[in-house]
Design a protein around this ligand. Sequence first.
Ligand code: ADP
Length: 818
Amino acid sequence: MSIYSGDAYTTELPIMSLREVVMFPRSIVPLFVGRDASVKAIEAAQSLYDKKIFLVAQRNPDQEKPTIKDLYEVGTVSRILQLLRLPDGTIKVLFEGLYKARLVDFQAQESETNTKGIDLVYVDAIPIEDGEYNNTSEALFRMIKEALEEYAEINKKLSQENIQAIWSSQSPGALADAVLPHVKVDYRRKQEALEMADPIERLEKVYEILLTEISISGLEARIKNRVKTQMEKNQKEYYLNEQIKAINKEMGRDEDPQFELLELERQLKEKNMPEEAREKALRECKKLRMMSSTSAEYSVVRNYIDWILDLPWNELKETQIDIDKASEILEAEHYGLEKPKERILEYLAVQKLVNKLKGPILCLVGPPGVGKTSLARSVARATGREFVRLSLGGVRDEAEIRGHRRTYVGALPGKIIQSLKRVKHSNPLFCLDEIDKMSADFRGDPSSALLEVLDPEQNSTFNDHYLDLDYDLSQVFFITTANSLHSIPLPLQDRMEIIRLPGYLETEKARIARNFLLPKQIEAHGLNSQNLKISDNAILEIIRTYTREAGVRNLERELATVCRKAAMHIVKADASDRMVNVGLQNLHLSLGVKKYRYGEREEKAQVGVCTGLAYTQLGGEILMVETTLMPGSGKVEITGQLGGVMTESAKAAFSYVRSRSDVLSLKPDFHKEIDLHIHVPEGATPKDGPSAGITLATSIVSALLGIPVRNDVAMTGEITLRGRVLPIGGLREKLLAAHRGMLSTVLIPKENERDLKEVPPEILKGLNIVFVDHADEVLNLALSIDTGVSVFSSVSDTLPFYRTLAKGFVREEDSPHQ
Ligand code: ADP
């Protein structure tokens, strides 16, 4: 008989190893026994060892047949209280822990009692230390009680009876042994507690285990709860979605909005776009789920998502810059324009070297129809980019560039984003046409939005108000076009590199028509070079009398008309007559009466009528200035299409004339007796008003003196109050116009001499160009009096009534141009 409280003594017992279970003294635990060795040990204990058995935990629960090394040393000698054999061969055994014991030896198979191959061991009983009841243990008792109650709340398996039973323990040691069998904790920690000798230490360990378990259980409960609600939500959504589908099917709606949304979400997830845009669109998709698909709000949100989905975000088209090939393309598609082409190729070369787009934006400036847009189109082809064109003419609202905020009814993105949607790539060549035709009003200034678009430093995050997302424009190649520079805001001009395309000469136009425009139109009208022939003379005639322009747009239109008429004739005619020859004689049959008189100069020299040269949006033009006088009281009336600047210029010219009244042999107060009417009949408003100064002065003097102005002389130049002639702009265009107008002599400011090198020699050849410094020289050259006679000294009885007879007015030293 072994004793288990008191001194250690060694006893021989069958051993059963436990997996993930630790048996404590004084506890009653049911266990299922299935392993062969264990069943044999139980049977031996039952019959030979007074129902006693040594229960000890395995270090590694996975081991099927542990040896002594695989077992902990400390275990519990227990008694079998009940034994129930189950049909599957396992046994359910109820054990009662008796006392702690230490394993000292594993008996070999040859032991006399071990004939049936039972594992027997020698164990030493470990004396039980239960400890005393004192303040420390009282404190621990209370703490454990509280912790246990909390634990019982979480762990429903710990019943009130169990707790009652635990509280019946009388000593700290007994309490420690009683609590642990009920706590679900890792067996290794229980084993640690079992091996502890000091009862207070053991209690502390129990308390620690309890607290840890409470916090872990709390965490577990929270996680469980969250997972459960998420699962419930998903299930609910799934269920409701299914129901909606069923309802839609029942009602015969074939389009299932929910399905559509899923599809939309899938597309959004797959499309290459910045995360910010994707997240925003997905959020909007979520909103859609809550809405009725027939509501107005639904279509607004849906529209927004479609915009995001349809925009090319990071889709770059492969581009290449091959200078030779680019040059070939530009040459093949455009005649002349050497300088602009050269400049464009240089620009592309730099792009190729630095391998990025950052740099000034190209701005092509010139009159309509000189090929600005089509040049930009060629650049797109040469660089392999897609071409988008946006006309800014008449844009006066910032929102047109940048879009309206989504809160507006019918809001849309701005024109930049709208245009980009049309191309499938985010690196096209973007041609902003007529950038000079934008204007600002109370709705904001579009040019400031454009500044952002064109600024390489900021345009990688262009924010359209509608999208409310950053769009990267930095890969877009911008080219802008304008008719004139002066109405482009300076900050915008600053960001652009200006390339000028002046107007064409007659010969250039003829070549463009023959080699480019005509073949294009012939093909477009389904004709060929066999059935439509146009003579060179006819082309020249079209240029001279059916168009008056710096570019070739109207020329192209007239050629189209010729082709149309020819097509009509060919369709109607019988087989033998399917050919049209257009020459000088029959041109009017296609184009009707001539629209312009070739050579606009006046047929004969007239008093008060002076030919000026103006620089307008259409290029260079001839400007007729007419002055008449009538008796009056010194009023000056100015009519015609005159800008404010030109009106001032007229006043300055008049002041000059008055200041020279003496040398012009005019009465000092001649202006008090007459009224002056200056008129500039037709044509577009000149862009540089002041350049008509000398023309106005000449016209006024001619009228005052009654001397006609030579009809073969044209002039341009600004005038100061003292008669100095100041330089002007647009010389090339003006000389072109003079050439067109068949004027033989042109007076230009001396300071413009250096600009002559830009004028084609072809033009210069036909013109007699005279540089003038002072308006006096102009008068001498332009007023039609005999050669060698100065205006300033000629006195004639035939001069008008206000002309003074006092020759003494003319001071010799004041008339330098003898
Ligand atoms: P812009 O943009 O300057 O108003 P466009 O580019 O629309 O003018 O040109 C008008 C037409 O004239 C186009 O059909 C264009 O191809 C043609 N064109 C203009 N200049 C040339 C040129 N140098 N060579 C060939 N065709 C030209």
